[in-house]
Ligand binder design. Sequence first.
Ligand code: IVH
Length: 721
Amino acid sequence: MANNKAQIKLTPVGKLTPDEAAQELARLAAAITQADEAYYARDKPEISDAEYDALRRRNLLVEKRFPKLKRDDSPSDKVGAAPSARFEKAKHAVAMLSLDNAFGDEEVADFDQRVRRFLGLGGDASPAYTAEPKIDGLSLNLRYEKGVLTGAATRGDGEIGENVTSNVLTIADIPQRLNNAPEVLEVRGEVYMSHADFEALNKRLASEGEDVFANPRNAAAGSLRQLDAAITASRPLRFFAYAWGEISEDIAATQWDAIQVFKKLGFRINPLTKRCDDVAGLIAQYRKIEEQRATLGYDIDGVVYKVDRLDYQARLGFVSRHPRWAIAHKFPAEKAMTMLEDIEIQVGRTGKLTPVARLKPVTVGGVVVSNATLHNADEIERKDIRIGDTVVVQRAGDVIPQIVEVVKDKRKKGARKFKFPDRCPVCGSHAVNEKNPQTGKPDIDRRCTGGLICAAQAVERLKHFVARNAFDIEGLGEKQIAAFFAQGIIKEPADIFTLQRRQEQGEIDLYAYKMKKDGAPQLDRDGAKQPTNKKSVENLFAGIDARRKISSARLINALGIRHIGETNARLFAGHYGDFAGFYEAALKARDESSPAYEDLLSIDGVGALVAQGAIDFFDEDHNREAVDRLLEEVKPQKAETVAATGAVAGKTVVFTGKLELFTRDEAKARAQTLGAKVAGSISAKTDYLVAGPGAGSKLKKAEELGVKVLTEEEWLALANA
Ligand code: IVH
């Protein structure tokens, strides 16, 4: 089309006068509408995808420069979510998982061993793998339906991300239409910013008097998560495709071929991706990528290995949040030298006293570090760390920086030893090293005995309660919790859910605080001088109400029970069906001779320590009371079983003896995918014992208890029924 060919001679956006800009926006709106009609209504595109993308990008850039001229019928509002006060949530059709890490060649060999063992591959039958750089950006899910980009979402907590569709439309690397794609295709990959673009962006921000970004990753995240898509458009983001989510038909039989399909569809794939025959090949590619790291022009933090055959990937499946078929081989942590100015004690959620090093700020791998964890008293002693020492700090990925060693040559006379306190610095209670019930030895960590009276523990528990993998309440993060706690407005979880009622009854006055007006209410300590933003308070109430229905696993995790984190919380929710089931079972299990106790321990993955954590928690009156008050406000949902139907769904099965048709790991994983619960020992609740040759005591016990015993073949027939 003639008017699009003319684009080459267009005036640069920076040189447009307001009049020209208004005309340009009108022209672009018309051209985009026309292109949309041709594409959607008549199925006859008149311009190429690249031309179409360019129109949209130019439109956004003009809008960014002249926000007041933005048209009511602006094309940038038409696709995806209308820009609202905050991003809409987007539930992923297939969860977005993270990768397990390997540090060092040996752990890579272990990974390969695990894969082979799981698949039952013998001696020299090595599966092929792919190796590719691990891009240090943020992952993104792109959904295409009938070849049209219909949605884009960040990873979020893996289950639910943020809908960033309108922003993604501004990224040149991301095609908005695909030819010959399956009906539904979700392409996943990494959004990142190159070093050159990052430097240029920071330079511009600095010259405009704005805050600069600490590193390209933050810059990419900050740019993608802009509420104003025009800002995203003005910040160059790039994208590498490396994985997929929902897909309506198979596109390949191997990882390698799938990535080649992406390339054909118009995505950028990383040129350093290689197919390797075995571990030696993976390590060779790792070294090659490591050598090139400094000159790539973008940040990578390791190399990702994936089992190549997709049927193997399917069999390997997942362990909690990681695929068994992939691993990230991380580069060694970056290091720097600085001065240890002081050591302070932080009191955590469980009362643990953690010494924290206050450092003279130093840049480590592009990030300014001023704190490092010292873990415990032992660590300080062992490394002979003294205040005033010159120390080597290291930082790997998102892990908290650590002190590797003291540079003894540089020790000054005034360097002084740190005396680890025997009282809690927050509440003054005694701090002790408890005896470990299993080993009988004193614990390495020192803990505050203040329990409920310790403000530090209480506030940390509340922060944990609202954390991303727990209640994840929009507008109620760590800062707000700390401020509300300090004001005595929120003392325990239930208080969060009574805020609105208390506000309406005049017991508290949230309007007296200034809430930041960007949609995420933030308490501002000296806010009284500022006008109150009523809308923010209402948004907060809405965010809280949205979480009154909560998954049982999140609720269990949110309580912060000793030894029970995200993974165990899921195990419990799955095993007991919902929160109430777990609560009741933990109460009954106080009697160690009860079937409830036996059942609790029979859960695969639950040991004595975890079981004790659950029992002890519910044994405390004040915990039960706090939970009961919370349950008046929130409704825990039934746990989703992986497969709710099928002959073995919901049944408890134990495997014993030598299995011949599949490895133990695979049998277990497969049973779980079918919705069965795999237990480690026989109890009255066991439905089936699958016994291979050489089964011993478990078989005997099953017979005594009248548990149905199956051969492997019988189990398979039943499971596949
Ligand atoms: S594969 C099921 N490949 O690393 C696993 N991830 O810790 C799918 N990442 O959230 C991920 N480069 O953001 C994969 N070449 C790559 C990657 C990569 C970076 C990120 C991704 C993911 C995180 C996992």
